[in-house]
Design a protein. Structure first.
Length: 189
């Protein structure tokens, strides 16, 4: 992993962070954006409009297209509808591939803290107890994370390597890898 991280330092203008819900994508992306002084786009915050209404696909793609036309940025999120935009423009694609049990515990804790605090996520949206009790993965983020975890371990990184062969693809498999990655990137002159 150390050699892979050292190689990352060569070109860090356009970074994509992906992984299952609860893996720490937004946290890592926000830290990178702050430390590298580059703009950050959280795809969830763009896509989920008030009352959890999804942004029209054409408008979503257009907004992502405009954002990624900038020379430097970090984008976090897993939306397949915009992979062709963000992956083709990325210098670096990072997959956070923590064990399922770790991600599940994180997303459960995060969800219940958001419920207790009535924390606003994006555009006035909040977690709801009804969704947390649902078994529908499109409503329950815990179920969604559990069901999609394998996809971000097996399929998506290989797809990125095939479709964005110009970009460096890095997989981080532990919290220690994420910390080392952040330290290495920030140490870039």
């Amino acid at each position: 992993m150390a050699d892979e991280l050292r190689a990352v330092n060569t070109h860090l203008d356009r970074i994509v962070i992906q992984g299952p819900s609860g893996s720490g994508k937004t946290t890592l992306a926000a830290l990178l954006a702050t430390r590298l002084k580059i703009p950050h786009l959280e795809l969830d915050g763009l896509f989920h409009q008030p009352n959890w209404t999804p942004l029209d696909l054409e408008a979503f793609r257009s907004a992502v297209d405009v954002f990624t036309e900038q020379s430097r940025w970090v984008v976090d999120g897993n939306y397949s509808h915009v992979r062709d935009i963000v992956w083709t423009r990325a210098d670096l694609i990072v997959f956070i591939d923590l064990p399922r049990r770790v991600v599940t515990l994180r997303v459960v804790k995060r969800t219940f803290l958001r419920l207790l605090r009535r924390e606003e996520l994006w555009n006035g949206n909040r977690e709801s107890i009804r969704n947390v009790l649902s078994t529908d993965p499109t409503k329950n983020i815990v179920v969604w994370s559990w069901k999609t975890h394998a996809k971000y371990h097996d399929e998506v990184p290989e797809e990125a390597r095939a479709l964005a062969d110009h970009a460096r693809v890095v997989t981080l498999i532990s919290a220690r890898d994420v910390e080392s990655f952040l330290e290495t990137v920030v140490a870039t002159p």
